[in-house]
Design a protein around this ligand. Sequence first.
Ligand code: SAM
Ligand code: SF4
Ligand code: SF4
Length: 333
Amino acid sequence: MTGDSLGRPLRDLRISITDRCNFRCDYCMPPEIFGPGYEFLPKNQILSFEDIIMLVKAMLPLGLEKVRITGGEPLLRKDIAVLISMIRECDYGLDIALTTNGSLLSRHAEKLANSGLDRVTVRLDAIEDEIVRDISNSSISSSDIIRGVEAAIKYGLAVKINTVVIKDYNEHQIIPITEQFYQMGVTVRFIEYMDVGGTKNWNPQQVVFGEEIRTIIASKYGKLKPVKQQKYGQVAKRWSLNNGYEIGFIESISKPFCQSCTRARISANGKLYTCLFSEHGHDLKSLITMGADITDLRDAVIALWSKRNDRYSEVRTIRKLETRPVEMHFIGG
Ligand code: SAM
Ligand code: SF4
Ligand code: SF4
């Protein structure tokens, strides 16, 4: 397959394995909407491990290089290490990653590493516990999550930290986060707060641009330099401090990267989304239920991907107010 209608290959697949989470981050699953009465997907609508393996096998010959398991909180899914080992058996060269809020990581790190997982990305937006708890609406502390990061490192997983920065909220945590993970030798990626999902009151005034984040970091560590060699399709642009420590910036608001976006996403109920901001997905789970085999699934993906023309972040300013993109906890970010 040569690529989508803009020539972008399908290299990166993100699979959400649950729409549930033990946190209620204000920017993703605000508690006033995802309260006790919220109806999550019933079990029979969630992709089974066998479904996931069929989908991975369908996409591997199309040039898939990386699979990222996400959610919701993927570590809530029972036997996740079994799923990782099943994916590993499909292709020993595949890059397999997991995105997590880190709360259960210290418990799972060893078996995840043994199952063939390569890397883990841990979300942490602050070091100060009051902010950690306030953002996530949970009782977690940053040290609980850092313990998970330490366990992942101990068992040989590559680790990165994802930090979403929100204006007048956690900007003052940029330096403590940088300091903490510089000391641990772990890369941090600062993310511009995005208008993803349909349930939040995002507004552009809350975005802290990558350039502003770099200015804050430079005030303590000196000017950052852009790292020259950046891989095609790499979302985080790397910058380095004078001492060589690299920091990533995901600047989808100020520097959209749709032109090299090679990501397909599968929601917890098996729908393929060709963009994080899509309103509708394409139901691959129903195809499986109706008896589709791996070749049928591959043909369906080729047909959908070859028509893909999404570039939402580049045309964001003209988005219609009534559009309602898919929720982040459902599609996985
Ligand atoms: N629960 C896991 C976690 O928190 O990492 C995996 C799912 S979460 C939806 C994946 C990533 O999306 C996290 O790094 C989170 O910070 C990010 N995210 C969620 N809502 C966001 C938003 N509005 N803007 C930017 N990033 C967001
Ligand atoms: Fe859960 Fe992750 Fe969303 Fe926070 S960002 S509510 S941890 S899925
Ligand atoms: Fe890819 Fe859509 Fe994000 Fe653009 S807006 S980078 S096409 S997911």
